[in-house]
Structure formats: C-alpha cells, structure tokens
Design a protein. Structure first.
Length: 118
C-alpha cells in the first residue's frame, strides 16, 4: 500500500519556491522568459501528481488525484491556457500551496491511523 510518509516531496516544493521567486521578478519586469519558467512550474506540478498516484500523467484524470485541490481541472486548464498571464501564475502558486497542505494532512491522517492500529 502506498504511504505518504514514505515519499518525500521536499525537492519538488523547494524547486517551486525558487521558480516562484524568479517568476515574481519576471512578471514585475514583464519579461517574455516567464512563459518558459511557467512551463517548468506546470511540469513540476504534474510531476508531484505523478509521484503521488504512481501513474503516468493524464490531464483528463487530474481531478481524480488523491491530492487534488478544489476545482483543480478548471484551474489547471486556466494555467495551461494563460501561462503568460500573472493570474495564471498566481493560480499555479495556489495549486502548489493547496497540494502541499493536502499532502501534509494525509500524512497526519496516516500517522493517526497507524497509532490507532497499535
């Protein structure tokens, strides 16, 4: 059985934090290279979902992920369609934050269940 406690997502979230800081500056200066970094951020978000589900990533199945934030399909499609837009950047940032919280909550729940079964 797959366990959240056994999988480390620190690297992915640390990479996003670096990208997020870079993207903030690029959006401030209206740099065209923001689209390239947004693409990396999108790939990073997808890699977290793949790691969680242990499957290949299918955009149609994003809503079924066990760590999907509320309205993830619509929000994700918005990010994909508007990757050069500041609102899409903010939405992607929120998806990362919410996903991180969901993973943390699932880890706590796993620990609680493990403790109860002892």
């Amino acid at each position: 059985m797959w366990k959240f406690k056994d999988v480390n997502f620190d690297e992915e979230f640390a990479q996003w934090e670096q990208l997020q800081h870079q993207l903030t500056e690029l959006f401030k200066h209206k740099s065209e290279s923001k689209i390239e970094l947004m693409s990396l951020g999108i790939q990073l978000f997808e890699s977290i979902l793949v790691k969680v589900e242990e499957i290949t990533f299918q955009r149609e199945e994003i809503a079924q992920s066990t760590v999907s934030p509320l309205n993830v399909s619509e929000r994700y499609e918005f990010v994909l369609s508007n990757s050069g837009n500041y609102a899409a950047f903010r939405q992607l940032d929120e998806l990362f934050k919410e996903t991180k919280k969901i993973i943390a909550r699932k880890r706590v729940m796993e620990r609680a269940q493990a403790t109860e079964s002892l």
